[in-house]
Design a protein around this ligand. Sequence first.
Ligand code: ADP
Ligand code: ADP
Length: 229
Amino acid sequence: SLAFRGEGLEKVYQTGETSVRALRGVDLAIPLGEMLVLLGPSGSGKSTLLNIIGGLDRPTSGRLFYRDTELTALDDRELTRFRRAQIGFIFQFYNLIPSLTAEENVRLVTDIANNPMEPRDALELVGLADRCDHYPAQLSGGEQQRVAVARAIAKRPGVLLCDEPTGALDSSTGVRVLETLERAHAELGTTVVIITHNVGIAVMAHRILHFRDGQIARVETNEHPVEPR
Ligand code: ADP
Ligand code: ADP
């Protein structure tokens, strides 16, 4: 069965006199538990689609479903509730709160979740059991991003959405972050959608959607997704 189904998704950004068609009739079906990569040139619509899938934004037209719920039929409050319950976001910059420890940063999310993990268990899952009491400034970039992954998975979201999660990291550090994403995917059965230029991530994906000018130009299927080392 499907996590997401989208039909004829259009997005037009209107800024003053000019309008940009960021999505031009995107149809999509993302199976539950899939690891999916969005690839394509800057400005081709990847972030726009990710934000719409995650309930941060709405399409101008078209319909979008998450499992049996039509997201495009929800009001703002219901859409926010969907996002809080089901979506974990990971961005390029970790957005940790500097005055809180790693554990406290994760606890911010678990305190308001329905069925959360223990913050320390989430940090252990990303290999940071011994960093729980560290503040962000005491952690390397890769470790901070792994705290962000722990924070995203600690509420046990149905879906993990990642926008260039390794974009700010060197390649060896990026690999560790990838391993934690793959681990979350394997152990929690989470559907994962990742925007990335990182070839190491693309080979781990079940499928790659190639974007061009607001459309899915090509779909690539990996018969044998590579396990991270
Ligand atoms: P990508 O993630 O592939 O780089 P985006 O989805 O960010 O592409 O952008 C798609 C197009 O929409 C681009 O032309 C971009 O400039 C435009 N765009 C994105 N967000 C906004 C916005 N908030 N307001 C106006 N235009 C936007
Ligand atoms: P990784 O590549 O695994 O993210 P690094 O090799 O960059 O980690 O860092 C190794 C160790 O050095 C980390 O465990 C961290 O505690 C410490 N460290 C790295 N960067 C900083 C920093 N800017 N401030 C304080 N400690 C740091």
